[in-house]
Every structure is written in structure tokens, then in C-alpha cells.
Ligand binder design. Structure first.
Ligand code: MN
Length: 242
């Protein structure tokens, strides 16, 4: 197995953006196949309304590509984001991947590393956090999944429109991670390194918590270009797609 792990998030795949879908297929066929592991850290899909939507031609293509990758020997992990938190075990089986809780602590080449989508760190956005608590509630999810598929697609569209309005009303600072929430997560999980997406602000941030140097990697969105984080024994590096 190749001693490289790749991390990507915020692909926001949708039939409405064929160029993004083409980048995903290129990445799976030409980049990810040489890695030992691929970690998808949320918002891979612009919207996932339930595993009973696996059969749509668009979703079936994505799932088949992920399946080929895992059949090829790459271990694939999926940590759901705020757009695809309704993925379930049928999706995981079909795509040949394993679902991760948010957050998850892994041993990355000997370095304890915290993986999270990132939205839970945006604690300054109180309205969003209230919404997040609601839609992560199992009872809310059961009720949502009991509605007809077409109704869920309409609901997802309405939620995206609402999210665009909130984004337009908020300052960029409110939409970013909260420094105390980051420090708390690093301390509580006893890690020197954190990897997340969601904010679409790719960077490597260094900080000191409790006298120890730590780092926070932020993954890029795939709206234009896109990219991923590549880690091996020597460390991590943010790379852009060709
Ligand atoms: Mn997100």
C-alpha cells in the first residue's frame, strides 16, 4: 500500500456543475488511485437527500467511481458535512467506503490528527449552530427521510437558498472558525494537528495551545480548480488539481 493519505472536502458535486464533476472523476482516476487512503471530509455532494436517491444516474456515477477506487485497494473514508449528513450505510456499502463520525481522531503516520468537517467550529454563527443541532438530531433525520424523495429535493433547494441568504447577511468573520473552538478541539482531543474543510479558505495555520505548537489545515473548495491535502511520513502539503 502506498504510504500516502489524501484529504479532500467541499467538492459540492451537483448535476448543475459538470466541470466540478469532471474534476472529481479526473481526481479519482488519475490522482487518488496511487494513494493508500482517501479521506473525504464532507460536502462531497451539494446535497444528499437520502440513500434511496442512490439510483439517480448522477449519484450512481459518483458512487461507481468511489467503488472502483476502493476495489483498486485504496481505503476510502467519508466524514459527512452539512450538505451530505444524510448519507447512510446503503451509500457506504455501494461506494465501498467507511463512514466516520465528526470529529474523528486518527493516527496519521504516528501523529494524532483530528478530522472534522469544520462547521462545528464556526461557533460565532449562532443561527447556524441552532440549525446544525436540529438537523443532526436523529428524530429530525428520521422524519426528514420519511418524506417523499421529490419533497426532500425541494427542501434541500430551499435550504441552500436560505444558506445563501445567511451568507450574504453575515460578515466573513462570523462565517469562519472561532479561535477558542479550535483551541478547545485540539486540547480536548489531545492532538497537534487538525484537518477540516467547510470554510473554503485553504491554508495551513500554526498556533500554540497549552505551550505546544499545533497546526490546522483547511481544505479548498472545488468550485474553481479545487485541490487536496497530501500527507505522508514527512508531513502534509496542500496541492491543487491540474
Ligand atoms: Mn460545509
Amino acid at each position: 500500500m502506498s504510504a500516502r493519505a489524501l484529504f479532500a472536502s467541499d467538492l459540492h458535486l451537483t448535476p448543475d456543475r459538470p466541470d466540478g464533476t469532471a474534476r472529481f472523476h479526473y481526481f479519482i482516476e488519475h490522482t487518488a488511485g496511487a494513494a493508500g487512503a482517501l479521506y473525504l471530509l464532507g460536502d462531497v455532494f451539494e446535497a444528499w437527500v437520502g440513500d434511496d436517491d442512490l439510483a439517480s444516474p448522477f449519484n450512481a456515477d459518483i458512487v461507481a467511481a468511489l467503488r472502483r477506487l476502493s476495489d483498486h485497494g485504496v481505503r476510502v473514508w467519508f466524514l459527512p458535512g452539512n450538505r451530505d449528513f444524510l448519507v447512510g450505510s446503503a451509500f457506504a456499502r455501494a461506494a465501498g467506503l467507511s463512514l466516520l463520525d465528526d470529529p474523528t481522531r486518527i493516527d496519521l503516520f504516528g501523529a494524532p490528527t483530528l478530522l472534522t468537517h469544520g462547521d462545528a467550529l464556526c461557533t460565532d454563527d449562532l443561527a447556524y449552530q441552532a440549525f446544525r443541532r436540529q438537523c443532526r438530531d436523529p428524530a429530525w433525520q428520521r422524519a426528514a427521510l420519511a418524506r417523499p424523495l421529490a419533497e426532500r429535493h425541494a427542501l434541500a433547494r430551499a435550504m441552500r437558498a436560505q444558506s445563501e441568504r445567511i451568507k450574504a447577511d453575515n460578515t466573513p468573520e462570523i462565517m469562519d472558525v472561532n479561535a477558542d473552538a479550535v483551541a478547545r478541539a485540539l486540547r480536548d482531543h489531545d492532538v497537534r494537528r487538525m484537518i477540516h474543510g467547510h470554510t473554503h479558505r485553504p491554508a495551513r495555520h500554526t498556533l500554540v495551545v497549552d505551550g505546544q505548537p499545533r497546526e490546522r489545515w483547511v481544505l479548498p473548495a472545488w468550485y474553481q480548480g479545487g485541490g487536496y491535502l497530501c500527507c505522508d511520513e514527512g508531513g502534509c502539503e496542500l496541492l491543487t488539481l491540474p
